[in-house]
Write a protein that binds this ligand. Structure first.
Ligand code: NCD
Ligand code: ZN
Length: 345
């Protein structure tokens, strides 16, 4: 095969940041994807519908003229211990909020305003269940006694499984799943539970973090896992199950904040998102499954129309730049300086 054409994909989990950084990274996503679910972990976090609307306006204003009609940001509200049920009604009525993001407080970048105790949120989650507004979950416990590689599994047992029992009609996206335990949980759950999978978790296992030395550009949260888990993710992504769909979790941090004694978590993949997924699907001999994963399952779960136009990928080797401009700093993209086999036309 030398070329594939698929319905234009959407990115169901994306970090765009703000200001000059937003302007620097947004074109990478907008040239490939029709829509993206925009994460609300800004400083300050996007905890009210008013902030959502203002952030959405800043994203639209940051789009280059050539991409202005072609990209739609799908917005999310940042859940806190104190988000009132009335804010859920406002979110629903706004028509632009597609989900509410649960960050356990302290779990990841800019999550300190997140939820400290899920029981604080029950009334708000009930409002989401009643108003058909999905909950998007960063599925890791923050308990410092839990091993970093077990945080996702423990989150399922302690928080997520009980939550699906208590709110059976709440639609939940288990974001960036990284373990076979998470895959199994999603498969066993009702049709209200789905998951996104990143390209980097499909392509890399945890050895990549220590390949010949410590590799800050392979550090993200949830952290890369063992090969058996990567295999389970690949099977889930390529298996045709509509519960699994594309979410890059592309998360830009400057070179200086990554290559640091306490480096930030986050891998930037927006520069070659669909090509990276194509590489993973090709390795699994499942390129024919890419379109449903990238372009159908997410839209169906979010109850949005599938895109009408298409994109084409050519089998054409190209080299990823060593670095990208990032608001006066440098951004190191995943696989900087390495070559990829597929290129979007
Ligand atoms: C994300 C970020 O930098 O905002 N980092 C990451 O490693 N994925 C936050 C997140 O999604 O956990
Ligand atoms: Zn994320």
């Amino acid at each position: 095969m030398s070329s594939i054409t698929i319905t234009r994909p959407d990115d169901w989990h994306l970090h765009l940041r703000d200001g000059e950084q937003l302007r620097a990274v947004l074109p990478h996503t907008a040239k490939q994807f029709a829509r993206a679910i925009i994460m609300p972990n800004l400083k300050p976090p996007v905890v009210t519908v008013d902030r959502v609307l203002a952030y959405r306006a800043r994203i639209l204003a940051a789009l280059p003229a050539s991409l202005q009609s072609g990209f739609e940001p799908l917005m999310t509200l940042y859940l806190t211990d104190n988000t009132p049920p009335s804010e859920i009604i406002r979110a629903k009525e706004s028509g632009v909020v597609q989900g509410v993001k649960l960050y356990p407080a302290g779990a990841t970048t800019h999550s300190d305003a997140g939820v400290t105790d899920i029981a604080q949120c029950y009334a708000t989650l009930e409002a989401m269940e009643q108003n058909n507004l999905p909950l998007l979950v960063h599925g890791e416990v923050t308990d410092p006694d839990v091993d970093v590689f077990d945080k996702e599994k423990v989150f399922i047992d302690r928080i997520l499984a009980p939550l699906t029992q208590r709110f059976p009609d709440l639609r939940i996206v288990f974001e960036h799943v990284t373990t076979r335990d998470a895959v199994a949980f999603v498969k066993e759950s009702s049709s209200h539970v789905a998951a996104t999978i990143t390209a980097h978790h499909l392509l890399l296992n945890r050895n990549a973090i220590f390949q010949g030395g410590i590799r800050p550009h392979h550090f993200c949260l949830p952290v890369l896992k063992r090969e058996i888990h990567r295999q389970a993710l690949l099977e889930a992504a390529t298996g045709g199950d509509p519960k699994f769909f594309l979410g890059t979790d592309s998360a830009p941090h400057s070179q200086a904040s990554k290559e640091n004694a306490c480096g930030c978590a986050g891998i930037f993949t927006a520069h070659a998102a669909i090509e990276l997924y194509a590489a993973a699907f090709e390795q699994a001999g499942a390129l024919d499954k890419l379109e449903a994963f990238a372009s159908f399952h997410g839209a169906d779960f979010y109850q949005l129309a599938r895109n009408k136009d298409s994109i084409t990928l050519n089998k054409e080797s190209w080299v990823i730049p060593e670095q990208l401009e990032f608001a006066g700093e440098k951004l190191i993209p995943l696989f900087a300086g390495e070559s990829l086999a597929w290129k979007m036309v």
